[in-house]
Design a protein around this ligand. Structure first.
Ligand code: ADP
Length: 267
């Protein structure tokens, strides 16, 4: 057999294009089915987390009632009640996080963007964190130019949630005496806001994965810290809702900087 004969296709051009159309149709159907399955799965997550809230609230209320009783042996019962309280709070946070993440990823969140003066907003946010006794043994810094005249069109509650997640992580993954800095600057029509810490840092190998849903670096390195791996995926979903991006640079043992970037509105 000559080389030419070997390469000759068995099907005519017409047959080949017909095959192509059929394969394309099958692909489209598979894609549609995949989307429907994804939608069904998201709805299921959303319903489950919604339904779980009621029993968790009931358990929380019962624990509150129990701890208010004064006719039990407090030395024995109090630590148990305290443990129950901690666990149920973690459970409640996980349920809320799953509900929130699914809502954010499916645009179910009710968003109320408004034009906010960023300098004032960040200053206010910083001072509210400074007043929180949780940060008493950390050094908090604000790195913001005195004149910072930029505005962003964003839902202030969601921006607060983004910063809360980054601040909570900066606290969780640092220790007494470490620093946490909130900073912002403008470059090339983009606003950059960052939260930097001098905490435990993240190894290069983990950096590409930390924004993935449920990714936890290594819970053994921070014993006693509750880790669900949902915080950063929620933060990323929220930042993207407002056309922003989020990135992280980190050095193991020295600290991390999480930066969010939003395009400045065209004036
Ligand atoms: P969680 O903190 O609940 O585990 P996140 O999605 O917020 O979930 O973070 C994912 C992982 O990224 C964490 O397990 C943690 O190891 C790492 N990480 C996040 N923020 C920091 C930080 N500021 N310093 C060091 N590691 C961090």
């Amino acid at each position: 057999m000559s080389k030419k004969e070997f390469l000759k296709p068995d099907l005519s051009i017409e047959q080949l294009s017909e095959e192509l159309v059929i394969t394309n149709l099958k692909l489209q159907q598979a894609n549609q089915q995949l989307q429907q399955e994804q939608q069904a799965r998201n709805e299921m997550f959303s319903n489950i987390s919604h339904d779980l809230r009621a029993p968790v609230t009931a358990i929380k209320n019962s624990i509150a009632l129990l701890s208010a009783l004064d006719d039990y042996d407090s030395n024995t019962v109090q630590p148990i009640v305290h443990l129950m309280e901690q666990r149920v709070n973690t459970l409640e946070k996980m349920i809320n996080d799953i509900f929130f993440l699914v809502s954010a990823e499916n645009n179910f969140l009710s968003i109320h963007p408004e034009e906010i003066p960023l300098g004032f907003f960040l200053e206010d946010y910083f001072f509210s964190q400074e007043a929180d006794c949780k940060y008493d043994d950390r050094h908090l810094h604000l790195a913001l130019a005195e004149y910072f005249p930029y505005t962003l069109t964003i839902d202030p509650h969601q921006l607060q949630r983004i910063l809360d997640n980054l601040f909570t992580n900066a606290w969780k993954y640092s220790k007494s005496g470490d620093s946490i800095t909130l900073g912002a600057f403008c470059k090339d029509d983009t606003i950059f806001i960052y939260v930097e810490d001098t905490g435990i840092g993240i190894a290069d190998a983990h950096l590409p994965n930390i924004f993935k849903r449920s990714y936890v670096v290594d819970s053994a390195r921070t014993p006693g810290v509750s880790s669900t791996g949902l915080g950063l995926s929620i933060t990323k979903a929220l930042v993207e809702l407002f056309d922003g991006t989020i990135s992280c640079t980190s050095t193991l043992g020295l600290g991390s900087r999480f930066t969010i970037a939003f395009p400045l509105p065209q004036s």
